[in-house]
Write a protein that binds this ligand. Structure first.
Ligand code: SF4
Ligand code: SF4
Length: 98
């Protein structure tokens, strides 16, 4: 049983997937997440997922956001509010705990 501060029933939903096929690697979700849940990665010419820096745009086929610490998510929903491509998938806390 989860509640808000005033005792109103409330259940958090945690980020459980970022749809990589839709992600354009804009970095907006990363900037608003205060919990270090995700990191920007890149796909290289061999179709491998590799670490990247913000200034490396020309060396990679594309960039995408990847979850690295999913257990850190508190379900604030900020990442989904700023994502222009609707990449986030959330799962209710009770479903994860079950
Ligand atoms: S829901 Fe909040 S805490 Fe969880 S990944 Fe998104 S921005 Fe971070
Ligand atoms: S905000 Fe959306 S499109 Fe941008 S990096 Fe995050 S998941 Fe990808």
């Amino acid at each position: 049983m989860f509640t808000t501060r005033d005792g109103t029933p409330w259940e958090p939903s945690y980020l459980t997937e970022i749809k990589g096929e839709k992600c354009i690697g804009c970095g907006r979700c990363y900037k608003v997440c205060a919990r270090d849940v995700m990191i920007l990665m890149a796909v290289n010419e061999d179709d491998e997922l590799v670490a990247c820096g913000e200034d490396d745009d020309e060396e990679f086929e594309r960039k995408l956001m990847v979850m690295t610490n999913p257990g850190n998510c508190i379900g604030c929903g900020a990442c989904a509010r700023v994502c222009p491509k609707d990449c986030q998938v959330f799962t209710d806390a009770s479903a994860i705990a079950a």
